[in-house]
Design a protein around this ligand. Sequence first.
Ligand code: NI
Ligand code: MN
Length: 228
Amino acid sequence: SMTINVTWLSHACLLIDTGDATLLVDPFITGNPLAPIAPDAIQADYILVSHGHGDHVGDTVAIAQRTGATVISNFEIHNWLLAQGVEKAHPQHIGGGFDYPWGRVKLTIAHHGSALPDGSYGGNPCGFLFYIQGKKIYHACDTGLFYDMKLIGEEGVDLAVLPIGDNFTMGPDDSLRAVKLIEPACVLPIHYNTFDVIQQDAMAWKTRVEQETNAKAVVLAPGESLVL
Ligand code: NI
Ligand code: MN
């Protein structure tokens, strides 16, 4: 089968190249001091938005309008995006999966907020469980630790993408506990160093993960990729 390339564009933003399609998650580029690319340089076939906060909705509307990408989000954010002028959007909701031409994605719970940038109601925040070419990628997005991560892990996760920044999401200690619940083959830390209040030492976290679990922790610089 083809390989899957996962590029971290800093914060919670991932670019997943499945070989068949390019998936862009939480494209916070404008105003992001760590972004390694200009929003106009990003190509996407699908954009996934985990919740309404500005550091996740980010450049979604502009990139969707320029590329014609289909935006996947919860129903409330879907309605808001249509009102912003996005033409192609697919609503899902927590617990629900859908089969796209490139694979499947299921929305998972996340403990967080979801107000949209203009104050509109954004429904409940979510994470994403991707099923692509027999591989499973769990992007927890913004969340605190929750015990049901164990249920997600029971599906057999090849790559877990977990926030470690603390303050707004899980910090390093709870993210390590999350790895123990999920038991992924590989884990990628995200949502750190973008702002002063979420500064973390990702290499120190990697050392703890690899001492205390069987997961391989991959620390990327913004713009770097890993291959599944
Ligand atoms: Ni948030
Ligand atoms: Mn966030």
